[in-house]
Design a protein around this ligand. Structure first.
Ligand SMILES: [Zn+2]
Length: 373
């Protein structure tokens, strides 16, 4: 993602910041400097309020980062390397190189995050109540950090997958039921219910109480719902195609068309074979792909005089995959990049197969019906 930039590297783990974090950073500093601090301690210089606002926000930033490091360090101990940590609008994500292999491992890695936040809340809370002078702005700043960490610990254990709480819930069902797919489905369903409940409350707040803050609930609910759905399909891909090569799932009964063919001939091909696309091949060279969509752009009266070469989608690197690539990885990429079809080609350019999203969905469906029990 290029909307993130790298900030630093800690213990070999790259830390990235998503640009949405800058907005949150500003809003948080602003509301502390101009709203909260002047309210709890009166009569200070405006610069002091700003300094306190920015420092407190930085400390919250460090808290979020520490939460993610909590997950990361336990993950590494469990043998799962961390690709990177990204901080974005509502917190952070520690991206693991692989999913935990056992429910116990997932439970430990997940629990480490909220426990870290709780620990910071307890330490800063103790500092505030036992050590710092009351009525000072430093004390109030520490108190804000304590409460934000407490909220972070509590918010994260809401059982809405893929929040930490949802993962704890999933790993528990996974542990007792021994089926990760079913456990995930249950956890995602609960997560969706909670997400829709949050959104409903958001709408009630807006339309009945006239308070625009309800938008946040709708937004958070929607984000969690989306994230839950996508991690479920990711898992389905991984489970269905684990260990398989592209060559095992591609379709090999290739029907190609020549670039010299007219669109009338192409139309006959579509009607006859009922495929959504044809690779355009001349001799041993593959020129690209022609789809029904390409064809629609040309008026019917020009079909007899227009050749396939004029309308084809030229061969691009993103359309080409290798037969020995990992099927799950390729499919995930196709799904996220919204690629409908890919051409399977050998290093030397020889076309050996075609992989379409429709094939892929059919395969998953078949696997789910036949494979789960
Ligand atoms: Zn977490």
């Amino acid at each position: 993602m290029n909307s993130s930039f790298r900030l630093m590297q800690i213990r070999g783990i790259p830390v990235e910041i998503h640009i949405s974090w800058l907005l949150i950073f500003f809003l948080f500093s602003l509301s502390l400097a101009q709203g909260y601090f002047p309210l709890v301690i009166e009569g200070l210089n405006n610069q002091v309020y700003w300094a306190a606002g920015i420092v407190t926000t930085l400390l919250i930033f460090v808290s979020v980062l520490t939460h993610e490091f909590g997950h990361s360090l336990v993950a590494i101990k469990e043998g799962i390397p961390i690709k990177k940590i990204t901080l974005f609008i509502f917190g952070g994500v520690a991206q693991m190189e692989a999913e935990p292999g056992s429910p116990k491992s997932e439970f430990k890695i997940t629990a480490a995050g909220p426990l870290t936040s709780l620990l910071i809340a307890l330490l800063t809370g103790a500092l505030y109540y036992l050590a710092l002078p009351p009525g000072e702005i430093i004390s109030e700043a520490v108190f804000v950090v304590a409460r934000v960490n407490l909220v972070m610990a509590i918010f994260n254990i809401i059982p809405a997958f893929p929040l930490d709480g949802g993962r704890l819930f999933r790993s528990t069902i996974w542990f007792f039921g021994r089926n990760i797919l079913r456990a995930t489905r249950i956890a995602v369903t609960l997560g969706s219910i909670l997400s829709f409940a949050a959104m409903a409350v958001g709408f009630i707040i807006i339309f009945i109480y006239g308070d625009l803050w309800g938008i946040w609930l709708i937004f958070i609910g929607w984000m969690i719902y989306q994230a839950g759905q996508s991690s479920y399909s990711q898992l389905v891909f991984k489970q269905t195609f684990s260990g398989m090569k592209v060559s095992e799932v591609m379709s090999t009964n290739l029907q190609t068309i020549s670039p010299d063919a007219t669109l009338e001939e192409l139309a006959d091909n579509f009607l006859h074979y009922k495929y959504g696309a044809f690779p355009v091949v001349y001799g041993s060279t593959t020129h690209g792909l022609v789809t029904l969509q390409n064809m629609k752009e040309v008026p019917r009266d020009k079909w007899a005089h227009t050749t396939v070469a004029h309308i084809l989608t030229p061969l691009k690197e993103t359309m080409v995959i290798r037969p020995n690539s990992d099927a799950a990885e390729v499919m995930m990429k196709m799904a996220t990049q919204n690629t409908g079809r890919a051409l399977v080609m050998e290093e030397n350019g020889e076309l050996v197969g075609l992989l379409s999203r429709t094939d892929m969905m059919r395969f998953i469906q078949m696997h789910m019906v036949l494979g789960e029990e």
